[in-house]
Each structure stands twice: as C-alpha cells, then as structure tokens.
Design a binder for this molecule. Structure first.
Ligand SMILES: Nc1ncnc2c1ncn2[C@@H]1O[C@H](COP(=O)(O)OP(=O)(O)O)[C@@H](O)[C@H]1O
Ligand SMILES: [Mg+2]
Length: 219
C-alpha cells in the first residue's frame, strides 16, 4: 500500500478536487483506494454522499487518528490510501506528510499560490519525502503556465500534464463523480488519466530518499 497526501496550505488550490479525481482514475485503472479526509470542511465526504456508484471508501479522521488508521489500512490490502488535508498549516498536515510515500502539491499559476506552498515544502524537505507539484486550474495556454512551470521545475518535480480550469471538475463533484466518469471523452478526463499514470509511477518509485531526486524532472 502506498499513501499519497494532498498538501499545501492554500485553500482553493485543488487538493480535494485532485484527490477525488485521481482516486476515481486509480479505481478505473483497477486499483483499490481508500480516502482519508482530514479537513473539517468535508468536501469529499459531501461528494461521497452524492455518489450513486460504489467506492471509494471515504473516512473522516483527525490528526491524532492518522497513524493508527494508516497502520490498520495496511491489513486491508488497499493499493492506495489518499489523504486530503485542510487548507491551513496544521498538525494534521504535518502528520499527513509524515505518513505519505508521495506528497502532491496542487498549485494554481498565481503569485499567491506559488508563495503559499513554501512552508509545506519546507516540511516535506525536513521529512525527506518524495513530492510532486501539480499545476491546477490553469488557463488552456498562457505564458503564466510556462513561467509557473519553469519556477516549479527548479524546486522539484513537475508532471508532464497541467490540469486546466474546466467546468467538468465543478460539475462532476456536484453529482458525486470524478471527471472521468462524468465526461469520459472530455479533456479534463484525459488530463486526469495522464496525471494518474504519471503519479502512480512516481508513487511506486522505490528510492526512499526524496531529497536525492528532488531536482530531477521526470518526463
Ligand atoms: N481544474 C479545475 N477546473 C475547474 N475548477 C476547479 C479545478 N480544480 C478545482 N476547481 C474548483 O476550485 C474550488 C476549490 O477546489 P478544492 O479542490 O476544494 O481546493 P482545496 O481542497 O485545495 O481547498 C472548487 O470549487 C473546485 O470545484
Ligand atoms: Mg479541500
């Protein structure tokens, strides 16, 4: 079992949205996924309540429960546990990073988002965790994307796909689906599938030294 945490203290950058969509893409590719939601806003629990398809399992927990729950999940044979965290730097975020095999840092191509992940990244470095940025809610094409991608690639690893701002993301969540279920042939679905393929490779990478590969761009 691999644990993937979605972290950055900036609210609205897309932690919960990516967590949901990647979980569904993972399930569609034959993996079993459990989502642990550490945010009291309960975006994912609320999404799951609107869902009429089975899975993924979603549990709301707090920071004090995380280590125990992750340890117990190892007995259940899940391929992945996804951990969604609140939009503030909290003990919960730190314990999620500690529990993670891979930290995903969603980031919009805006100065505020590009500044906001710094404390999160410092904690990830300190704990020597593997991580990847994901540029989310980007315009389809813009110099902003290129500038942000160049900046992030210097700091760490960036996938080969950006997640563009698309209505499918908002509409799918409203009806308890992932974008790959809501509009399987759409661009949002295509981007999410490509991102999941990339993230899964990175999550399975066996190098424990996050630091050692910090500056490598994986294509
Ligand atoms: N790629 C995207 N395209 C369009 N809307 C998005 C996208 N990603 C996130 N959103 C929307 O942005 C808002 C914030 O996203 P959310 O995942 O809740 O952020 P966080 O969990 O980081 O606070 C939500 O309304 C969500 O539907
Ligand atoms: Mg959220």
């Amino acid at each position: 079992m691999k644990a993937i945490a979605f972290v950055t203290q900036k609210g609205g950058s897309g932690k919960s949205t990516l967590c949901i969509n990647l979980a569904i893409a993972a399930i569609e590719s034959g993996r079993s996924v459990c989502i642990l939601e550490m945010d009291r806003q309960a975006t994912i629990t609320d999404w799951a309540e609107h869902r009429d398809t089975e899975g993924p399992e979603v549990a709301q927990i707090d920071a004090t429960q995380l280590d125990d729950v992750v340890a117990r999940l190892r007995d259940f044979d899940y391929d992945y546990v996804f951990i969604d965290t609140p939009g503030v730097d909290s003990p919960g975020t730190l314990s999620a990073i500690r529990a993670a095999d891979l930290c995903v840092i969603p980031c919009r191509p805006t100065p505020a988002d590009l500044r906001a992940f710094k404390p999160t990244l410092a904690a990830i470095y300190r704990l020597e965790k593997r991580f990847a940025f994901v540029l989310n809610q980007t315009p389809p094409r813009s110099y902003r994307n290129r500038d942000a991608a160049d900046g992030l690639a210097v700091l760490g690893v960036l996938p080969d796909v950006n997640i563009v701002m698309r209505n499918d993301h908002q509409d799918a969540i409203g009806v308890g689906q992932g974008v790959t279920e809501f509009n399987p042939g759409g661009q949002a679905a295509r981007e999410i599938r490509q991102l999941w393929t990339w993230i899964e490779k990175r999550a399975q990478f066996n190098n424990k030294q996050g630091q050692a590969i910090r500056n490598v761009k994986v294509a």
